[in-house]
Design a protein around this ligand. Structure first.
Ligand code: 13P
Length: 252
């Protein structure tokens, strides 16, 4: 059975006090939760204080980014070793905001993916089309090419560790969620591609998350789709009650 994951991407939000408060509240609300892996991804500066809150709970820690070099003169960057040393388990890579604003090209995404795996961390590889792509009927073409670039020469044993997050760019932070049917169609396309290029068992075991305006009022319907294995949540992960309600979609 593939993992279900409910992940909160806090993006550039929370002071250390906010982060500690939010993590404490999420931990209290979801004590003993077993129906999915719970993951929170605070900004780097808050990773360590948040880890201190969640370390003995069911909640796992993720980073929003990581540099592909091991160490050295890379001002402002964070290495895999650093993330590992504070107890991170997951790293988001290829988020559309990083692709659009911080130079994370396909080549950079591929290098980061490799570094994440080499540090024994789990990558959450984000892919997704722009609105123009969808309107031009090019969604599958874009998804296909993003996957080809990120997974170039990725061997089967790496692929077994990778989580994929389908995040249509037009649905991120806009309140416009992909309909369950639209999301399912792309998730199925991704799973079938993995099945063809690796093997059908691996495709069945790959966790594919949906992200883009996930809210408590749409999470049940999205989760009911066969190929949707959880969520990468932005805005709604910044409130403990909405994060909890979305997590509970995994239980139904
Ligand atoms: P929103 O849930 O705010 O649309 O953000 C989605 C996202 O980008 C998660 O990585």
């Amino acid at each position: 059975m593939r993992d279900k994951i409910i992940a909160g991407n806090w993006k550039m939000n929370t002071t250390v006090d906010d982060a500690v408060k939010l993590a404490t509240e999420i931990k209290a609300r979801l004590t003993g939760f077993k129906d999915a892996i719970l993951l929170i991804c605070p900004p780097d500066v808050n990773l360590y204080p948040v880890q201190k809150i969640i370390e003995k709970s069911v909640i796992k820690l993720g980073a929003q980014n990581m540099h592909y070099e091991k160490s050295g003169a890379y001002t402002g960057e964070t290495s895999g070793e650093m993330l590992k040393s504070i107890g991170c388990d997951y790293v988001i890579v290829g988020h559309s905001e990083r692709r659009a604003m911080f130079g994370d090209t396909d080549v950079v995404v591929r290098k980061k993916l490799q570094a994440i795996i080499e540090h024994d961390l789990i990558p959450i590889l984000c892919i997704g089309e722009q609105l123009e792509d969808r309107e031009a009927g090019k969604t599958e073409k874009v998804i296909d090419s993003q996957l080809n670039a990120a997974l170039k020469d990725v061997p089967t044993d790496w692929m077994e560790k990778i989580v994929i997050a389908y995040e249509p760019v037009w649905a991120i932070g806009t309140g416009k969620t992909a309909s369950p049917g639209q999301a399912q169609e792309v998730h199925k396309f991704i799973r079938e591609k993995i099945g063809r290029e690796y093997n059908p068992n691996l495709a069945e075991e790959t966790t594919i998350l949906y992200g883009g305006s996930v809210k408590p009022d749409n999470s049940d319907a999205l989760f009911a789709e066969k190929d949707i294995d959880g969520f990468l949540i932005g805005g709604a992960s910044l409130k403990a009650d909405s994060f909890e309600q979305i997590a509970r979609s995994a239980s139904s």
